[in-house]
Design a protein around this ligand. Structure first.
Ligand code: ADP
Ligand code: MG
Length: 700
């Protein structure tokens, strides 16, 4: 239950004085989310993205055109629009000792303006100076006030993201009302850290930004904004740390044996492990041997050989007499993993099975039975593995492969199963360092930084679609020389049906050119048909595989050496890299052709350039972060992974690691959050709605 101290902040905005139902609806459009209206806290955390500075107070003669100024003037004369020429503006002449200035009002109302600007009186006007016909003027001054009004006028005005019908001035006023309602909250940050960073307190930080005294307060680098971003980061890291702690509390088993099976498998591999693979396996075996639960992330570029690392991890668990399960994101991948791993596992005497949503009837029943009685030691499958009705005799290790979308919620769900399962997550492509901490801050990380020996670099070229004929010619020559070719079809908007139509069309056209040995693979096909086509391509019965992005993740056909990507400009950088990773897997040289439709926008151009320059997934991940927001990279919206309101990865990167360390320290010193700071930190978790993690405290 949320502490009642925070109630004023979680009240709907319409409850504030000055916000009626009409304005409330507009605020909802701006700040509400499904299931809840716009609340006071939402407005307080809706920070202005800039400001208008009215502090410049020159004389009229000093005022420069283009500048926003606040001038002290005497009203000299009114010049209403001449009769019959209502389109002409209403002018008011004002002056000081140094010169004069015309205030210009279109459709000016004479009575109103005479009241606002009485002749002979002093007034203060604020707005942008323009030069017109050799003369200074100000069109529709933003502010016209007397001396008392000047004293009350904010000289730096915050500028907010708005929605039609809401003005910045009104939003600022309501934000002011909200600030007045802010309860006095205990400090949850470490005081020494705040002093070192020169961060203000939470309430003062909000005041500095919503009621800025200078423009610096509104800058993304301002201590006030950074303080609030740090609050959000700490809330997130603390939630992850609580998750980690609760998962570890449930553990206490040793899930590794004497190394016998691992050695047997390594001895049969047709290659030597890379140094990073060896390191990852030894990291994992150390974790499995420890009495805490393993929470480890293996990050490796496409083709860096994560699958064999997973197999050796699973063999370790089997050595200890436990079972191990590996979950792949798609049916195709699950089958492919099973096909690859089965001979290696079985040669070492390990019983391995396959379980996907497609298995039905007697076969499925047999698999479930063998998992329940422990005859199957290792199983590969889709998410069907972790659904209800699947019981293991003694699951020791779960491996989640190629899964960007394995968010905090999913980890909570797995933890909620109660079993003391060690967890290994493998990403499909590298993730930028800052984001690893943000989203996997509770996990230990192993990096696969090397590619297996003997890999040839992939030559990547970008060509306009108009040169399709040339490309077809090149593909013909490649096939003649024995190559196997992926032909990836474009994303057409968000519609799978249209994607499929485009792929079918290309497939038909290429059949005209290359004959029967052209296959088609898309997401609308049945599982069995997909398997048959993949099998034919892997086995060499097809030369060309026309595919939608189904092949994006993980498919492994080492003999494929050419990839054509149509409309490459429509793909994201990570996706292009992931696709390209399907080739260059064998010893032969590979080529990737990126066909684009011009003219290219700057981002698409940058993507294609980076693809040509490098195939280092770690670098591509960083560039990808630069080119688009972090949310998109991890598909956070879908995964329920944290959504940040205030954090900006490009500015607050240094704070992420600090928040992670801070959260770990807190967990060491006050794991139940019951001390003075601990209690304040609970407020922080509620404030940023990471309070799900508080439930773990109670359960534990
Ligand atoms: P990913 O990391 O993308 O999942 P895979 O595990 O599918 O990569 O491995 C890609 C290919 O590299 C596979 O054919 C695999 O057998 C091979 N491979 C893995 N490790 C090595 C190694 N150390 N030396 C040579 N080839 C390897
Ligand atoms: Mg893989």
């Amino acid at each position: 239950m949320r502490p009642s101290l925070l109630d004023p902040l979680f009240a709907p905005l319409v409850a504030l004085p000055g916000v009626g139902p009409r304005m409330g609806a507009l605020f909802d459009r701006l700040l509400a989310e499904p299931g809840r209206p716009a609340r006071v806290v939402d407005l307080l955390l809706h920070l202005p993205h800039g400001g208008i500075d009215r502090r410049s107070r020159p004389t009229i003669a000093e005022a420069l055109p283009g500048e926003i100024v606040t001038l002290a003037v005497r009203v000299a004369a009114h010049r209403p629009s001449p009769p019959g020429r209502s389109r002409a503006p209403y002018r008011v002449l004002v002056e000081d000792e140094t010169g004069d200035l015309t205030l210009v009002f279109f459709n000016g109302n004479r009575a109103r303006l005479e009241k606002l600007l009485p002749v002979g009186e002093q007034r203060f006007v604020s707005g942008r100076i323009e030069f017109w016909d050799g003369h200074r003027q100000m069109v529709h001054p933003d502010r016209v006030v007397d001396a008392a009004g000047l004293a009350a006028m904010p000289l730096v005005e915050p500028v907010y993201g708005l929605t039609e019908g809401l003005s910045a001035r009104y939003v600022a006023r309501v934000a002011g009302t909200a600030l007045d309602r802010l309860p006095s909250l205990p400090e949850w940050q470490d005081l020494a850290w705040l002093a070192r960073q020169r961060f203000p307190g939470f309430g003062p930080a909000l005041c500095q930004i919503h009621r800025p005294q200078d423009m610096a307060a509104l800058a993304p680098e301002s201590p006030a904004r950074r303080r609030l971003a740090y609050d959000e980061l700490l809330a997130t890291q603390l939630a992850l740390a609580l998750l980690r702690a609760s998962m570890r509390r449930a553990a206490g088993r040793v899930n590794v044996g004497d190394g016998r099976l691992v050695e047997a498998i390594i001895a049969r591999l047709p290659f030597a492990l890379t140094r990073s693979q060896e390191q990852a396996v030894s990291d994992i075996r150390r974790d499995l041997a420890a009495p805490q639960r393993m929470l480890r992330l293996v990050q490796g570029d496409v083709g860096s050989g994560k699958t064999v690392v997973a197999l050796l991890a699973m063999a370790s668990a089997v050595e200890a007499g436990r079972q191990a399960a590996m979950m792949a994101p798609t049916e195709i991948l699950a089958r492919q993993h099973h096909e690859r791993l089965a001979p290696l596992a079985e040669a070492a005497g390990i019983k391995i099975g396959l379980l996907t949503g497609r298995d039905k009837g007697a076969e499925r029943a047999r698999t479930l039975e063998a998992l329940a009685d422990g005859r199957l030691q290792l199983v590969v499958g889709t998410h069907a593995l972790f659904q209800e009705g699947v019981a293991f005799k003694d699951l020791g290790l779960a491996v989640v492969d190629e899964q960007h979308r394995f968010g905090v919620h999913q980890r909570l769900a797995l933890g909620a199963k109660g079993a003391a399962v060690d967890l290994l997550v493998m990403t499909a492509t590298p993730i930028p360092r800052t984001l690893v901490l943000t989203y996997f801050g509770d996990m230990d990380v192993s990096l696969l930084t090397e590619k297996p020996a003997g890999r040839q670099p992939i030559v990547t070229r970008a060509m306009p679609l108009e040169r399709l004929d040339e490309v077809v010619g090149a593909v013909r020559r490649a096939i003649g020389a024995g190559a196997r070719v992926y032909w990836i079809c474009p994303l057409v908007e968000e519609s799978e049906t249209l994607d499929v139509a485009a792929a079918e069309e290309r497939h038909a056209a290429l059949r005209q050119v290359f004959g029967e040995r052209v296959g088609l693979l898309h997401g609308k096909m049945t599982g069995r048909d997909k398997d048959a086509v993949m099998g034919a391509f892997a086995g060499g019965d097809l030369d060309v595989l026309v595919a939608t992005t189904v092949v994006e993740v993980g498919v492994d056909v080492p003999e494929a050496t050419v990839m054509v990507i149509e409309h490459a400009e429509r793909f994201g950088l990570a996706q292009l890299h992931q696709l390209r990773g399907r080739i260059g897997r064998g010893a032969a040289a590979s080529t990737c052709l990126l066909l684009y439709k011009g003219p290219l926008g700057p981002v698409a151009e940058a993507r294609l350039r980076i693809m040509r320059e490098t195939d280092d997934g770690f670098r591509i991940a960083e560039e990808d972060l630069r080119l688009r927001g972090e949310g998109e990279i991890l598909g956070t919206r879908q995964s329920g992974a944290p959504d940040f309101r205030l954090v900006r990865a490009e500015i607050d990167g240094d704070l992420i690691a600090a928040a992670r360390d801070d959260a770990r320290l807190i967990m060491e010193q006050d794991p139940t959050l019951t001390g003075e700071r601990g209690k304040a930190l609970r407020l922080l978790l509620y404030l940023f709605e990471r309070d799900e993690a508080i439930r773990l405290l109670r359960a534990g």
